[in-house]
Ligand binder design. Sequence first.
Ligand code: LRH
Length: 477
Amino acid sequence: MATTTHAAVDLGASSGRVVLGRVGPDTLEFHEAARFPNGVVPLPDGLHWNIVGLYEHALDGLATASREAGGELASVGIDAWAVDYGLLAETPTGPMRMLGIPYHYRDGRTAAGVDSVHSKVSFAELYQRNGLQFLPFNTLYQLAAEELAGQADRLLLIPDLLGYWLTGEQRTEATNASTTGLLDVHTRLWDTGLMSQLGIDEQLFAPVASPGSTLGLTRTELSARLGGQQLPVTLVGSHDTASAVVGAPLSSPDAAYISCGTWGLVGLELQEPVVTDASREANFTNEGGVDGRTRFLTNVMGTWLLSETLRSWEAQEGRAQDLTSLLEAAAEVPARDITVFDVQDERFVPPGDMPARISELCGERDLPSPEGKPQLVRSIIESIAVRFAQALNTAADLAGRPIDVVHMVGGGSLNALLCQATADRSGYPVVAGPVEATAIGNLLIQARTAGTLSGSLEDLRELITRTHTPTTYRPRI
Ligand code: LRH
């Protein structure tokens, strides 16, 4: 049976990778051709991303992938975290030039933007129009706090910016566009009326394009680096969570998912958005999925709390922490030493000293502050699991659909303690894996666009089920 080879550029908040995959009707094989670090870059004016460094790493990774594929790379797809963007200005010679350095969504400057947007359009009205949960860093709030906005001719979301630098073509891929707050939740087209209410020039945005369409060929100037080839760049679910949901092998119509990395995205795949007062009050979002589906979910603080905690200990002690042995010790912590606290507290959003912030929160709430590293690690994991369980039940209530199984994908699926705690606290079986769901979702949409695969998302997921073995965690209580 014919197979094709594709490269997925998958940029997460703490690392990026280029995954080389061979895909066919009975084949789904992949490996990492390159992996590189990513993270918050604190500069004097705020928190940023090293976007040019990421582009360079992605290009190097594509060069490796192209070499490994022996010049047979059929296409490239790019996904990354949502909401953030680069601003561009016209130049006399043609190609647009980036203005400033893209901000990290954890930068605190957006608070002023939230007030400014809500003074023009209430959150209740926004929700009716864009269907998005309130996150202070949604693109529309960032834009309202953006000093360079007046000088910009174009705003490109992170994967679209990389796509532009690779191909010279500008589009806004639809799943990620849905996280800006400026897309109509029903038509999935730019809401130009909302833009004018907010004083945003609609020309700032490139046309919306669906996953599965072609962006263009890599620029000829890049061919020497890419094995002499101009590679086709295919638009995939460029919001990483959209690709992760494609790559979640949902095994029943009543399945829920948790895409767990830095964030835990907890929810359901629906055919239509749910834009009710109750869903707004529960802060559930209706992000755009591949094939016009709706990702009805809510953001839960994910492994960020754990990774920032490890980073604090590393900084204090001047040495690396061993996560594996910490998790082993955490597994032995007795129930009486576990403190369940509210992981959604806003003070946990910016980078910083999480152990101190957790103690502060526990002090304010009259909760025992976890003493010792294993106790703190276990308390973080159990607290995340409690929130996951609440979010699952709320999703089921709001969508009027029962849940019979939860698929945990992404890095969190390797955390056995978290998977088991989620099963125990929710009462649902948790089917963990694949860890690389995002890259898989990216590869599958490329292969379908190339004609190697066909059918619905269910057909694509069936290939994952046939080729990968998950680990099941059954509720123990
Ligand atoms: C996960 C993610 C999530 C967004 C956040 C900004 O990487 O894309 O879906 O809410 O980052």
